[in-house]
Design a protein around this ligand. Sequence first.
Ligand code: NAD
Length: 443
Amino acid sequence: MSKICVIGTGYVGLVTGTCFADMGNDVTCVDIVEEKIARLKRGEVPIYEPGLAEMIARNVRAGRLHFTTSYREGLADSEFIFIAVNTPTGSTQGSADMRYVEMAARMIAEELDHYAVIINKSTVPVGSGDVVTRIIRTHLARPDVSFAVVSNPEFLREGAAIQDFLNPDRVVLGSSDMEAAHRVAALYLPLRAPIIMTDIYTAEMIKYASNAFLATKISFINEIAQICERLGADVKEVAVGMGYDKRIGRAFLDAGLGYGGSCFPKDVRALAHMADEAGLHPQLLHAVMEINQDQRRLVVDKLVSILGSLRNATIGILGLAFKANTDDMREAPSLDIIRWVTGQGALVRAYDPVARETARQAMEREGIRLDLVTFCSNAYEVAEQADAIIIVTDWNEFKSLDMVQIRNLMRRPVLIDGRNIYEPREMVSLGFTYRGIGRGTGP
Ligand code: NAD
C-alpha cells in the first residue's frame, strides 16, 4: 500500500486516483474547484464515465479514497504526487497552455515537507519535466526537501477509462532518476503491463506521437472516404479489408465526422506547434488537421446539396458529445455543425443520452444561439417535423432505432449519417434520402 496524492479530478485524475485506490493504495484527490470537491464528498461524480461512480463509492466506503481542495491535506505523507491537470490549447498558434501544470507545481512546492516522487500525467510539451523541476526547486518552502520528477503520460480513452487504466497496452515512465522511476513502476506492477523506462523528453514525446498517429489514421481513412465516394467504392468495406492486415489494424479506420474531444485536436496542434517552433515544417500534421476540419463541413455541404437553403429548416442532431459513452463536449463536431446550420437560418432539435447539460454549457460558451436549439429527450422526438437528421455521435442507442417510425415522424426523410452506422441500401429502401461518408454503392 502506498500513499498517493492526485492533483486534478478530471477524466484522468479522478480515474487514476480511483483505480489506484481500488488497487489497495491510500489516495487523496485534490482539485482547486471547490464545487467539484464538494460534489465528490457528497458522493456525486462530476463527470460521466461508465463504472466510475460505483468504483468511487466502493473505495470511499473502504476509507482508501479522499477528496480535498487543500494541497497540505493531499500532500501529507504522500510518497507519490500525480499531476493530472488540464493542458488545453493556449494560443492561436496551437501551443499547450501550461499554466495549470505550473500552478500545480508551485502549489506542491509550497506545501511539500518530505521527499516525494512527483509524476506528471498531464500531456505536456517536450521539456516540461524540466520546467516542473525548476518551478518546484524555486518555490520549495523547505529548500532542504528533495524530490524526483517522473513523466508518466496517460493513454486512457474517455468512455472506457477504467478499463483502459487497468489494462494498459503499456506504461511509459521517463526520468533522469531511475530509482524514482522504478518506484513508480512498482505502483503499476499489479497491472502486468509492459513498462517502458526512458528519459523524460522521450516519454513526453511518446504521448504526442501516439495521439498524432491515431489522428493521422482517422484523417487518412477520411481522405480515402472522399475518394471512395467519388469513385463508387465503399469505405466501410475498404477499412475492413485493410484492417485484417496486421501491419495496419482495423482500429481508428472509421470514416466519419473526424476526431474531436479534449485530446487529439489539441495534441496534434501542440505537436505541430513544437515542430514549427523548432524550425521544422510538419506538413503531415497540418494535413491531418485540415482534413479533420473539412469532414465537419462536408456533412453540412451534403445537407445543403439536398435541402437547398437551410433557412427555416428543422435539422435533427443525434448525439452531441464528441464521441459515444462520454459527456465531454470539448471540440465536439456537433458544436461546429450546430453553429453552421443555425448560422444559415435553421432550427435545431438535438438529443444526446448524457451530454445534454454539458452541451448546453458548451454552446453558451461558444456563442451558439440557444433560442434556435431545442433539447429533446429521445431520438424520436428529434425526428418530429425534422427536414433532415444528422447522426453526429455513434451512441449504441442510435444503432437500432425504429427507422420506419423515424421516417414517418419527419417532414422530409433526409438522413445524413456522419458515423456510417446505417446501411445505405437499406435506408434508401425505407424511403430515406441517405448520405453516409465515403459509401459508394459500386458500379
Ligand atoms: P480535465 O479538464 O477533465 O480535468 C482537469 C482538472 O484539473 C480539473 O478538474 C481542474 O479543475 C483541475 N485543476 C486545474 N488546475 C489545477 C490545480 N492547479 N490544482 C488542482 N487542480 C487543478 O482534464 P483531463 O481530461 O482529465 O486531462 C488532464 C490531462 O491528461 C491533460 O493534459 C490531457 O491532455 C491528458 N489526457 C487526457 C485524456 C482524456 O481522455 N481526457 C487522456 C489522456 C491524457
